[in-house]
Ligand binder design. Structure first.
Ligand SMILES: [Zn+2]
Length: 109
């Protein structure tokens, strides 16, 4: 089931031009063509991690359904399920120390 589309976000034409060029750059760099919602959700999570609002966790051992994550706060490891169709970044909480984490799954291989 596809969720209903929301109404457009009002945005200045200048910001729109900047976002368009950033999305184009993301697509050229990653080879992905996300829709606007997925693109904005992904870059918002990665941007908030870069701004220090979330902690960016490292991943190892990616499998199609899951990824091993190492918490950057406590160093604990845990297994994170990756639902199919998930974007590049996932927000989660460390089961060991409750830190708010963003997991960057990296570019698809
Ligand atoms: Zn932790």
């Amino acid at each position: 089931m596809t969720p209903a589309k929301q109404r457009p976000i009002s945005i200045s034409s200048r910001d729109r031009a900047v976002l368009d060029s950033q999305k184009k750059r993301y697509e050229e760099s990653t080879g992905q063509k996300p829709d606007w919602g997925e693109f904005l959700a992904t870059v918002a999570l990665l941007g908030l991690a870069a701004a220090g609002i979330y902690h960016l966790a490292k991943t190892t051992n990616r499998s199609p359904q899951s990824v091993d994550v190492q918490c950057c706060q406590c160093g604990g490891n845990f297994l994170l399920a990756v639902p199919s169709g998930m974007g590049r970044a996932i927000q989660t909480t460390c089961p060991h120390c409750n830190a708010d984490l963003v997991v960057d799954l990296g570019n698809p291989r």
